[in-house]
Write a protein that binds this ligand. Sequence first.
Ligand code: HEM
Length: 482
Amino acid sequence: MTLETDDIQGLLIRGYGRLDGACYVPMQFTEARRTQQWLHALLPLITPASQSPEDQAVHLALTAEGFRQLGIPAEAVATFSRQFKEGMTEAHRQFVLGDVAQNAPTHWQWGGPGREPHAVLMLFARDQAALEALLAEQKTQWEAAGIVALSRLDTHKLPNFREHFGFNDSISQPIIRGLSKAEETPAWNTLAPGEFILGYPNQYDLFPDTPHVALAADPDGVLPDVPPETPPRPPAKDLGRNGSYLVFRQMSQDVPAFWQYLKAHSQEPGATPEAAAIGLGAKMVGRWPSGAPLTKTPDQDDPALAQDNDFLYWNDDFHGLKCPGGAHIRRSNPRDWLLTERSAQDSQEMVQKHRLLRRGRTYGPPLAPSMDPLDLMQAAPDGQERGIHFICFVSDIVRQFEFVQNAWIRFHKFGGAYDDSDPLVGTHYQEEGVVTDSFTVPARPFRRRYKQLPQFTHMQGGAYFFLPGLRALRYLATFPLR
Ligand code: HEM
């Protein structure tokens, strides 16, 4: 099935690696009619996936409250998924995601009580000067429409695709079947488009549920029909086609705490303290700083393998002796491992239903400009905030993002562990007999247990958005307000 790339917003297909400048503006609308006019003027700037821009890209996603504020009928908003409508900060969901205590939305810079966005405007430009010009122009437009920016979330690229702890974070992505690269990639990593884009079959060979409006609510026929293959419902117009749910989580990273912990707990006979610290960090990530996977090179970094993503776990590393089962990349994508009493094939099919298309970028200054772990571990704490604007696209928030976050990243018994959660991004605590702040490294003759891991990342903001297709945006900009 051919992807309608003229109607899909380009961020779903590419991460704009060559557009160095980027910033996200979470915003609140104040008046439906002026917001509609603003959206109408913005439409020609929105970048479709059929273009590969050299200069700039502009994208817009909305929250459920954003659709309501725009005046979309309540019965249409009701057709979005429950998780989206309730939002990231709903009380039960805070527990599911681990957004409690220090990570609770009441502590967030945006997205928490009173600061919930209605939309996020995402701007990309070839350099910082071009970004400033684009932003200034856009600011004039949104202010004229009475729109209030909640924050300006700048992103900065770090050398060698590193994230702030010093590891390459540009490697593993699911490939969408129907895009050209799919033929070159292994079957385990080639996913049905409906896993990430609404309007196409998913891994179950079903069309994902799609938000829709009644025929009468689209008198000019701007929207396509809901696919006939979707569950029986009265004929309706498809508001979701070529769109995707966008999960946004701003997470700060405590880089000094990370490297101090590694240095203090990683003595290895025959290794320098620095090499031992990097070795333990690599066990936590599942890749070396260059990006080389431990499954392929367990004992030392090998920059020649920096972009290597062609590995599985069942045959090569069933017991996690190379890449621990609890490492960040093995928890967030166990590939063909996990249903250990079943088979690699069963595991692979299960894991394929919980994949995320990531589009995150880092923010804040590097602790050491080189981003070399040797420099990062020597650098003194500077009190600056830095971290990741974690962004991922899914067609089903609960089956994909929330499942990965809750059952894999947070779960303290994941893969046969006892007291562990994800060493990088899990919530580490000891409470009422539950311990989640350990990290286990399988080894022979004895496994190693690292205890009392501090919290290395903290939530600073977030929300569930929907990134509509271009026709749906045009509908939002033109549908008759009551
Ligand atoms: C501060 C926060 C985070 C940091 C520093 C971080 C860091 C990393 C690094 C270094 C990699 C390896 C590079 C790659 O495979 O592309 C990676 C991969 C990955 N991360 Fe994260 N991450 C963070 C948050 C998250 C969160 C919140 C999730 C999901 C809920 C997540 C899901 C993934 C996935 C799915 C992969 C790819 C795994 C694979 O396919 O092998 N990450 N991350």
